[in-house]
Write a protein that binds this ligand. Structure first.
Ligand code: GLP
Length: 244
């Protein structure tokens, strides 16, 4: 779906998430959300916060699992995805802190494999992801599933692509400060979501979105795996959709 601007699009996506949260509340069920960082979802989170403050949208039944975190990374570091999520969403809504899951960037190397397996287990034990929000990186990554990611991959440690390091460099005041690794939900984890919405804004995403949506499904562009999902929508603005 191509919207004339990302603001309108973000409001629509926030409305869909809010409707799902409310529907689950009426059925006395938890709502399990897979969440993304980066600039793309910021406006969606802003709108959800507004709905909480002005329209009485409660997050008491919401359980969240974030896609990824740099490794190593301390939670209170301003570059951490933990920090990002609290700054943009969690600090401003009534979510129970126990229901927030962001991969732990401080886990030691001897424990990280078990930790990643337990992250996927926790998602399953909570009934699976009802909704997964995604952005896309210039390499075609979703989460941090870089080129080469297998469709069957679970949550794991990944080495970041050079292009991803370049894109992250400004936030870290130089490429040398960007962690070389990350923990990311796997492709299989993402694909297990009942519903997926991928956000893409601006012309600098147009090329990778053309490959993602119209190209051959390939591990070289991991986002192409989404073509096989039964309930996935790419929500773009005119710039991002300009090469389709
Ligand atoms: C990072 C995140 C991705 C995100 C991507 C794009 O690499 N790990 O989940 O989709 O950035 O970021 P932006 O939305 O700022 O373009």
């Amino acid at each position: 779906v191509i919207f004339s601007n990302s603001n309108q699009a973000s409001i629509k996506v926030a409305e869909e998430i809010a409707a799902l949260i409310r529907k689950k509340q009426e059925a006395n069920k938890n709502c399990v959300l897979g969440l993304a960082t980066g600039s793309s979802p910021i406006r969606v989170y802003e709108e959800l916060v507004r709905m909480h403050k002005e329209d009485g949208l409660s997050f008491h039944n919401v359980i969240t699992f974030n896609l990824d975190e740099y490794l190593p990374m301390e939670k209170d570091n301003r570059q951490s995805y933990w920090y990002f999520m609290h700054e943009h969403l969690f600090n401003h809504v009534d979510i129970n802190p126990k229901n927030i899951h962001v991969p732990d960037g401080t886990v030691s190397s001897d424990k990280v494999i078990d930790y990643c397996i337990s992250y996927d287990d926790k998602i399953k034990k909570n009934g699976g992801l009802d909704f997964q929000l995604l952005g896309i990186g210039r390499t075609g990554h979703v989460g941090f599933n870089e080129p080469g990611s297998h469709y069957n991959s679970g949550t794991r440690v990944i080495t970041l692509d050079h292009i991803t390091l370049v894109d992250a460099a400004p936030a870290f005041l130089g490429i040398d400060n960007v962690p070389r690794k990350a923990i990311t939900m796997g492709i299989a984890t993402v694909m297990s979501a009942k519903r997926i919405v991928l956000l893409g804004w601006g012309e600098n995403k147009a090329n990778i979105l053309k490959k993602t949506i119209e190209g051959e499904i390939s591990p070289q562009v991991p986002a192409t795996y989404l073509q096989n999902h039964k309930n996935c929508t790419f929500v773009l603005d005119t710039g991002a959709g300009s090469q389709l």
